[in-house]
Design a protein around this ligand. Sequence first.
Ligand code: NAP
Length: 207
Amino acid sequence: MRVLILGATGGLGSALARSLKGHELFLAARSQGALWALAEEVGGKPLPVQLEDELEVQALMEEVDGVDLLLHAVGRAGRAPVRELGRDLLEGMLLSHLLTAALVLKHVRFRPGARAVFFGAYPAYVRVPGFAAYAAAKAALEAYLETARKELRREGVHLVVVRLPAVATGLWAPLGGPPKGALAPMEAAKRVLEGVLREPPPETLEL
Ligand code: NAP
């Protein structure tokens, strides 16, 4: 399989890359050093990119060309009560979860029968005090993808939304670390791949 992992330097992205070792891997994120180290470890091609920049996304997709599997493991987390919410936090959430996904779907080139995987969250877990911006970004992402799925189906592309429970990754660093009982990233990656590669592909996978 020809696989593009976006957010490859992250906790989930790097676990997905390790689990897919042996496939033709394209690894994308912003942090160059981490990308090069991972590419050496798993045998993929490192592709530094700022996914909030449309020209960079376009250039990335031209370089990668067709993919069988796209994994969008991109995002950030942050906490603020609604009475103290800064514009930067809300904009940052929408840019990193929604805009990156929209730009990727605009420019990515799929091979026939490809799958495109995005990561959502259980509404009940994230619609809690302090997480309005994160919860809103994930809800917007899911709404965007539900519509995109109907368009992409005509191209023979399957779009999968994976709702994850807590996974012990760096996403939690600004929040003081992952909660007790968070899944190990390699275990999460294993469950993600088992679910999204099954026949027929699911539309929503809840882990
Ligand atoms: P993570 O460890 O923080 O990784 C996030 C990745 O996104 C990093 O590789 C980061 O790399 C990349 N990234 C962020 N902004 C980017 C940008 N503008 N351009 C390019 N790359 C960018 O997070 P994770 O836990 O693996 O999360 C992966 C996905 O799962 C996210 O969508 C997250 O919301 C979702 N999710 C996670 C959990 C959880 O508990 N961990 C639960 C539910 C859903 P660079 O900094 O190198 O660019």
